[in-house]
Design a protein around this ligand. Structure first.
Ligand SMILES: [Zn+2]
Length: 436
């Protein structure tokens, strides 16, 4: 990609440069090899889940749903991150479970009454006995770590260990394995998985990080991270989702049209309400491609901030997605260009930094920063403000840029400059505080 030409009909410099950047960022994730990797990863996970079901039939999966950026087509750089939800069959039949937000039962160990979480009781009388060992105080607690009880994640670890012991897979002489009840690590080697379509993944590590299972593979030097979360399909959507709290009708219609949503195990008794399938569908088919391009571009600049100078991630992808979704649902431009919408989105991001919150597009009562103290911290928003300032600078200076190479250089140098500015300010703060 040498010269930046204005052949797209969308004319302006910045729009073309962002478009070119997005194409380059997705070269390795939108290709035959990436699809092969995805298939191999999916096959491995399905194999593990089949073994898990042998160990504990109650956890038999109904579906393995791929979610996250690879599924929605917004992954950048390499096919190295895959997110799955495993839908537990028996709990996902209509009427199997019911939302039960009784605060007495959860005794303070919960996010409730905050929006976005529910607690669940087994509702089907035929299932109550069977699932009792995975309940406490009558509420489901099957996916959490527990020292004395087996859980979805601990059984997963056990199954991997058994597979290894059975030497189903290639074992090398210098093999070292470290195991705990929540973790298995194949040090200095890996457990070779059967090849799928020439892709032979190497299992390196499995960790039960309540309530998710994190699985690391290696393929030709590339680390591939898989995040697997158990989930329950739930049909009474309006128990957990209020259309009036959603940022726009196009999104709430997409959610309601699905006829079910997913409840993903969180900590303690909490299940997080997620409409991720509707979101993925929306981003794939409904979101305007200009907005999707901006989202991908923002993810990249955010990634540059995270990876240069050993800094940390200013925004989660989910935050950036919500900011762009919110714009998509409310975009007023009749003749959209990436540049015009990008400027609006930067204004929205500035507003978030002033208000110290990032609202969910699905539920206006949810502040996406509220989940952790660090994320809602003033300093973190100061950092995010530097990202917005860098993006603003980039959009201003792009006027004079004519080649993709120069644009890349502009991105790198601007991020470097603003990151340094932020870090200097942090240092000043630190020393001032210590002098006082
Ligand atoms: Zn727009």
């Amino acid at each position: 990609m040498a010269e930046n030409t204005n052949q797209t009909g969308k004319g302006d410099n910045l729009s073309c440069l962002i478009q070119d950047t997005v194409l380059t960022l997705q070269e390795n994730v939108k290709c035959e090899k990436a699809v092969k990797v995805q298939k191999a990863v999916t096959a491995c996970i399905k194999f593990f889940l089949a073994e898990l079901t042998k160990e504990e039939p109650l956890f038999k999966p109904a579906e393995l749903i791929q979610v996250g950026s690879f599924a929605e087509g917004t992954k950048i750089l390499e096919p190295d991150e895959f997110d799955f939800l495993v839908v537990i069959d028996e709990l996902s039949k209509p009427g199997a479970v019911a939302v039960d937000n009784n605060p007495e039962k959860v005794k303070g160990y919960t996010h409730l009454p905050h929006s976005g979480y529910v607690t669940l009781a087994v509702a089907d009388d035929n299932l109550k006995n069977k699932w009792e060992k995975y309940c406490e105080n009558g509420l489901l607690q099957c996916f959490q770590n527990s020292i004395d009880r087996s859980r979805f994640g601990s059984i997963f670890i056990k199954v991997i260990r058994k597979l290894y012991v059975k030497r189903v897979f290639l074992k090398k002489a210098d093999a070292v394995v470290t195991c705990t009840s929540t973790e298995i690590d194949f040090v200095n080697f890996g457990m070779g998985m059967p090849a799928v379509d020439d892709i032979g993944l190497n299992l390196r590590r499995v960790e039960f990080k309540t309530p998710n299972v994190l699985i690391d593979f290696k393929l030709d030097g590339m680390k591939i991270s898989v995040d697997l979360s158990p989930a329950i399909r739930y049909y009474r959507i309006t128990d957990c989702f209020k259309p009036e709290d959603c940022a726009g009708a196009a999104l709430s219609d997409a959610i309601l049209n699905r006829e079910s949503l997913l409840l993903v195990a969180n900590r303690n008794f909490d299940f997080r309400v997620t409409v991720t399938e509707a979101e993925v569908g929306y981003i794939q088919h409904i979101m305007k491609h200009e907005h999707k391009g901006i989202y991908i571009f923002l993810k990249y600049v955010n990634y540059l901030f995270e990876t240069k100078r050993n800094a940390w991630e200013p925004y989660s992808s989910y935050m950036l997605k919500n900011i762009c979704l919110m714009h998509d649902l409310n975009c007023q431009h009749e003749t959209r260009t990436i540049t015009s919408c990008f400027k609006d989105i930067l204004e929205d991001m500035n507003a978030c930094c002033s208000k110290l919150e990032i609202t969910s597009a699905v539920n206006s009562k949810i502040d996406l920063c509220a989940s952790s103290p660090l994320s809602s911290d003033k300093m973190t928003f100061g950092y995010r403000q530097h990202v917005v300032d860098a993006l603003t600078k980039i959009s201003q200076q792009a006027v004079d840029i004519h080649t993709f190479e120069d644009f890349k250089e502009l991105l790198n140098s601007t991020v470097e400059k603003y990151l340094k500015r932020f870090q200097d300010r942090m240092d000043e703060h630190f020393y001032l505080r210590n002098d006082a």
